[in-house]
Design a protein around this ligand. Sequence first.
Ligand code: ZN
Length: 98
Amino acid sequence: MVVASLRDVDDPRRFRMGVHWRRRATPERRFVILAANARPTVLAHELGHFFGLGHSGVDDNVMSYARTGAPVSFDAAQIAKIRSAARGYASSKAFEPA
Ligand SMILES: [Zn+2]
């Protein structure tokens, strides 16, 4: 979902551009939430979390916070993990309506 603005759940004084979030009580229900003014790579980053990726320390990796101005991308291992997770979701029918 896209919202006008997004406050940090742990520190409401801070604003976030996006989050991959789940309630502890219902961890199978997951959400990707974006602030309306988020950069396009924020959606890619949060979807990376949705598909199981953690943060990267490599500059200009989608899962990193460090940018040099170079094109931003996933690496080959991350792409393989996203594909594997997507296949798992598809075969589990996790995206079918309740
Ligand atoms: Zn992140």
